[in-house]
Design a protein around this ligand. Structure first.
Ligand code: ADP
Length: 758
């Protein structure tokens, strides 16, 4: 505000009715609160009114004629004031000025001065009249107010009645940082809002600029609300507006970002809690202090088929159906009476559709601030299928227990750590001496060690340690049944299988009777072999004689005998040589076990070479070939391996197709992890009907007549006996008219200490 300088003429015009005009003005000047001081050209005080005296503590007498600026002004302001005085004396009128005066007691006061000039009749400035208002207190208040709003945490803005910004604090500008350079005192609130919109500071609204401005202006004009505004993607302010007594509006902006974030986090965690709770339960419930249901969440209907209202007012026992377990309920009643929390209390009830349902409910007591019991609150879920599974499991377990208990076989069960879990009475009956070793948790190896120490097992040629090691291994593999002979002469077949939980179930069957029969059979077979061997040996002698005399008869009397007789002799000779062949073959068969040579390391490649050498002529005659490369090396009886190969190769040559030269392949492979050599003899001969694949290994079993192929039907029986003596197996596959494959599986090592059944 600038007040234009007025030229005031010194006047002597008397005021109507007043005689002493000067005294009249003087009185007025001395009664006003305004300071009035007159300075001459040199700055000397020419007039000093009462107000001046009161404010400065100087009397008019003391100051009149003295240099005003020097007397009253603090040194740093003197220059400024002097320029004001000069300006006025030179006719300019910047006559509004604020400066301090130092009072007589040395304190400072602030004045706003309006300076006027008094001209003489020539128009020259005669005196400078300053009228001053003491604004020390106002200034102090203003400063205090400014300090206060600056120290506010919140943004502060004051708009006047014309809605123009009067004052705002730094915090306010900081909140509106993008537009702070455009905001200055005097800007209208509408302009301010427009700037905020234009600088992208209005987010989270679908309105247009004008719509938003209109709404915002209405809110502002009402000035009685609280608005929460998102300032940017991650900042929020709360704006509180109120009207001042002079029609202005005060805006307080509080940064509530942290609050909003906490609120969001809280909402999220509440939601999460709700999600957890809901996923862990089917419905929620509340009980009053009388333990009657006061609340059920809606989902109860879906789970139980009964509406919420059906439940309200009932106790848990009234909700459930008698499950014939009074102790269970008694305990629950006690828990409730003691106001204790409970977890997974199970009860059952019939669904309206007639099915029995099982539920599990958990709850916690509630108390008010004074510790008064308010009831319970909790959650429940349906567990029918779980109960069902549990029951099935229990039934299965019971059945298993029964089966184990009633099994005539001795059973032991070990867990995944190979510790004894369970055994049955049959086992104890079988091994009464080991009964004291049966302790739950005992390790299999420990049980075995103690069994060996008890001297219960007959290990044959093996040492106790070797036997235990081998038995431990077969137990861990749990793949094959093993035969164990006991010191008391009994035999057991022990089969072991892995259970799905990694344990082992061991089943012991008493095979003493079978074993005895087997031994008996072996013995009688051996006797038979011996008999056959002796018989065939003994038969050879008379046969040789028959043949020899037949030869003599032919060579010396052929000419004397009629042709008919010669034919008879020839037939007789042929039958005799066939018989010799039969006897030789039978002898070979019986010798396999009687004259057995010991096992040694045999390179089957060499054995094949020998065998091929023995049938070289037949190979040449047939125009065929035998192919083989490197074969396995195994532990075996060498001559028997040669014989085996010779028989098979001989057959492969013999049973070739007309006009198709025989091609025979011998291959071998080691079966991984099983220590088994697989030998294949493959031919391209006439083949046979596969239904005879087993039969051909029997003694005298022939598929082809003597007219077509020579033979005794013993060759493959010999092969089978050799292979079995080595603990192996022989089998054949064939396609009639295309060829045959003979497959021989032989153990690479002959260590049958614990005889295993495959
Ligand atoms: P044989 O002295 O008759 O050859 P084997 O015991 O060696 O007696 O063979 C039994 C029967 O098996 C044979 O008579 C023949 O019918 C059939 N046989 C054996 N080997 C072969 C083969 N490689 N191809 C076709 N048939 C075969």
């Amino acid at each position: 505000m600038t007040i234009a300088g007025r030229k005031v003429k010194a006047t002597s015009t008397p005021v109507a009715g007043i005689v002493d005009v000067e005294s009249f003005y003087r009185t007025i000047l001395d009664t006003v609160d305004t300071l009035v001081v007159a300075l001459d050209r040199e700055g000397r005080v020419a007039y000093f009114n009462r107000a001046c005296e009161q404010v400065t503590g100087y009397s008019a007498e003391e100051v009149l004629g003295r240099n005003g600026p020097e007397l009253f002004l603090p040194p740093e302001e003197r220059y400024g004031v002097k320029r004001v005085i000069d300006d006025i004396y030179s006719g300019q009128a910047p006559n509004n000025y604020v400066n301090h005066w130092v009072t007589k007691d040395g304190s400072r006061r602030l004045f706003v001065w309006t300076n006027n000039a008094i001209f003489d009749n020539d128009g020259a400035v005669r005196l400078l009249i300053g009228t001053g208002i003491d604004i020390t207190e106002r200034q102090r208040l203003q400063q205090r107010f400014s300090d206060a709003i600056e120290s506010m945490q919140d943004g502060f803005a004051l708009y006047d009645a014309d809605d123009r910004l009067v004052q705002c604090n730094a915090r306010y500008l900081e909140m509106w940082a993008p537009i702070k350079d455009h905001v200055a005192n005097g800007v209208t609130f509408r302009e301010f809002c427009g700037l905020a919109w234009d600088h992208g500071m209005v987010v989270g609204t679908d309105s247009t600029r004008d719509e938003w401005l209109e709404t915002r202006m209405q809110q502002h004009a009402a000035a009685n609300g609280v608005i929460e505004r998102q300032m940017s993607s991650d900042r929020w302010v709360r704006i509180t507006e109120s009207r001042t007594s002079d029609g202005g509006i005060v805006t307080i902006a509080t940064d509530i970002t942290a609050e909003k974030k906490t609120e969001a986090a809280l909402r999220e965690s509440e939601q999460q809690f709700k999600d957890y709770a809901e996923s862990a339960s089917d419905w929620f419930w509340e009980m009053g202090p009388d333990l009657r249901i006061t609340y059920m969440s809606d989902r109860v209907e879906q789970a139980t088929g009964r509406p919420v209202a059906w439940h309200i007012g009932k106790t848990r026992e009234e909700l459930a159906e008698n499950d014939g377990d009074p102790a269970h309920w008694r305990q629950h009643r006690e828990t409730l009476a003691n106001r204790q929390p409970f977890r997974d209390f199970e009860y059952r009830r019939r669904h309206p559709n007639g099915h029995i349902q099982w539920f599990a409910t958990s709850g916690a007591p509630r108390f008010d601030a004074d510790g008064r019991f308010l009831g319970y609150r909790g959650a429940a879920r349906e567990i029918t299928s779980r109960r069902q599974v549990q029951q099935d499991l229990e039934t299965a377990q019971r059945r298993l227990q029964d089966a184990i208990a009633s099994s005539p076989a001795g059973i032991m069960m070990f867990d995944a750590n190979d510790r004894l879990v369970n055994w049955n009475d049959a086992f104890i009956e079988m091994f009464p001496h080991q009964a004291k070793l049966l302790q739950p948790g005992v390790a299999f190896s420990e049980f075995l060690g103690n069994t060996v120490r008890l001297g219960a097992v007959a290990y044959g040629e093996a040492t106790a340690e070797d036997w235990a090691r081998s038995r431990n291994r077969s137990h861990r593999q749990a793949a094959k049944a093993v035969e164990v002979s006991m010191a008391d002469g009994r035999w057991f077949l022990i089969s072991e299988r892995r259970t799905s939980d990694g344990g082992i179930i061991m089943i012991c069957t008493d095979i003493t009777a079978m074993k005895q029969a087997e031994l008996e059979l072996k013995r009688s077979n051996a006797e038979l072999d011996q008999f056959a061997s002796a018989a065939s040996h003994d038969l050879q002698e008379p046969l040789r004689k028959v043949l020899a005399f037949g030869d003599l008869l032919q060579s010396e009397y052929a000419e004397l005998l009629p042709d008919q007789a010669c034919d008879y002799i020839a037939n007789m000779q042929s039958a005799s040589s066939r018989m010799r062949q039969l006897i030789n073959d039978l002898l070979s068969l019986s010798r396999i076990s009687t004259d057995a040579e010991p096992f040694a390391t045999v390179d089957l490649t060499l054995a094949a070479h020998y065998a091929v050498g023995l049938i070289e002529q037949s190979v040449a005659d047939s125009g065929g070939r035998i192919e083989f490369e490197q074969l396995c090396t195994i532990e075996a009886a060498e001559t028997q391996m040669v014989q085996l190969l010779q028989n098979l190769l001989g057959n492969a040559l013999k049973y070739h197709r007309d006009g198709v030269p025989p091609v025979i392949r011998i291959t071998s492979a080691v079966r991984p992890r099983a220590d088994i050599c697989e030998l294949r003899i493959e031919d391209n001969g006439i083949g046979f009907d596969e239904k005879h694949a087993e039969q051909i290994f029997g003694v005298f079993q022939r598929l082809h007549g003597r007219e077509d192929f020579e033979g005794t039907g013993i060759g493959l029986a010999i092969c089978k006996k050799i292979v079995e003596r080595h603990g192996g197996r022989i089998s054949a596959t064939s396609t009639k008219g295309a060829g045959s494959v003979f497959l021989i599986e032989l153990p690479i090592r002959q260590t049958a200490k614990v005889r295993e059944h495959g």
